[in-house]
Design a protein around this ligand. Structure first.
Ligand code: GDP
Ligand code: MG
Length: 340
């Protein structure tokens, strides 16, 4: 399981401070029992920062890098991220809850509509919006579309120019900066490399400056809101994305169905891979089951690294027609509908 230092990571984040309004409703007597956290005394800052951008901009890479663990699947295919994933960064100055979002695109299936709703909700609710742009790619309609969403929302927003490691000549950033500056009054303009980690300390420092003063919102050692089951399913899905070509991965979904620690300490896991058609099932299995074996082997290695234990992973492939338009299946997969 991802953890920070030696403290085991809680699977689901627990709020150290129950919702503030509830506390203020407490009677005086109860108030006096409320222990101040050290972070309260030190005058920390805390809040939410939403990472938005086109597919492939590097949003999930940035989240993983900031948190220091792989909590979001990364691939070079668009639409890898389907839900809002929270990654938590805690330091003595405060706590930032980063919210990774699906890449912004035009929705077709109900799945995609829910994905775009997640983007809108994030835009509306976070303290700081981070617009992440691949600075190594030319400006396209997609970039204008994303910029328009940011303009319409009119929230405090940083412009982050990513993939600077791919730019031989850093002066290529200047016209891009000028263009964005003319379009919207961003709070900060930060070039960075999510992959290499360049400028990420500056990023966290600047975000903290713009967050409200307040205590840590989650446990100090919490890293994510994702359950272990979801993290496992995502590591399997990441291999589907990496090992299958083109369109097929978009028609797949993964659920962890069985989770059992055996007496010998081996963690036994079963995941079901959903596809939409029999022909897709055949592709995922591969000739003589070759493909699924490779997917399982690589996913198992990544799961073992994350869980720090030996893992036995079983994968099943099931056909579930039209799951991308099936509200029940989407609920089951935790792909949110209108939230909050
Ligand atoms: P998302 O769709 O915005 O979440 O993008 P991902 O995080 O899944 O990354 C898309 C692709 O861009 C992956 O192949 C990443 O390895 C790559 N990538 C992300 N950030 C960087 C970066 O700073 N530099 C380089 N060279 N590649 C990056
Ligand atoms: Mg992503």
């Amino acid at each position: 399981m991802p953890k920070r230092e030696k403290t085991p990571l809680p699977t689901t984040i627990t709020e150290t401070h129950a919702p503030v309004p509830e506390q203020s409703q407490n009677s005086q007597a109860e108030d006096s029992q409320f222990e101040l956290q050290p972070s309260n005394v030190a005058g920390t800052r805390s809040g939410f920062a939403g990472i938005l951008g086109r597919p492939n901009a590097g949003k999930s890479t940035l989240l993983n890098r900031l948190v220091g663990e792989k909590i979001a699947a990364v691939s070079n295919k668009p639409q890898t991220t389907r839900t809002r994933i929270q990654g938590i960064v805690t330091n003595p100055e405060g706590q930032i809850i980063f919210v990774d979002t699906p890449g912004i695109h035009k929705p077709g299936y109900k799945l995609n509509k829910r994905m775009m709703q997640a983007v809108q909700d994030t835009l509306a609710t976070v303290d700081v919006v981070l617009l992440l742009r691949d600075a190594s790619a030319p400006t396209g309609n997609g970039d204008r579309y994303v910029l328009n969403l940011v303009k319409e929302a009119a929230r405090p927003t940083f412009l982050l120019l990513n993939k600077t490691d791919k730019l031989e000549d850093k002066s290529a950033l200047l016209p891009l900066l000028e263009w964005y500056k003319a379009e919207y009054d961003f709070l900060e303009y930060i070039p960075l490399s999510a992959l290499k980690g360049d400028n990420l300390n500056l990023l966290t420092r600047k975000i903290l400056e713009h967050l409200p003063e307040g205590p840590y919102l989650f446990e100090e050692d919490a890293l994510t809101d994702q359950t272990e089951r979801t993290l496992v399913a995502e590591l399997v899905r990441e291999q589907l994305l990496n090992q299958l070509s083109e369109e097929l991965p978009f028609a797949t979904a993964v659920l962890t169905e069985r989770w059992e620690t055996q007496p010998n300490g081996v963690l036994k896991l079963s995941c079901v891979i959903y596809v939409e058609r029999e022909s897709q099932r055949a592709i995922v299995l591969g000739r003589g089951g070759d493909r699924i074996k490779q997917i399982a082997t690589q996913a198992r290695k990544n799961i073992e690294k994350m869980m720090e234990t030996r893992v036995f992973l079983e994968l099943f492939v099931k056909v579930q027609q039209h799951w991308r338009n099936d509200e029940k299946m989407l609920d089951l997969m935790g792909i949110e509908t209108n939230q909050d």
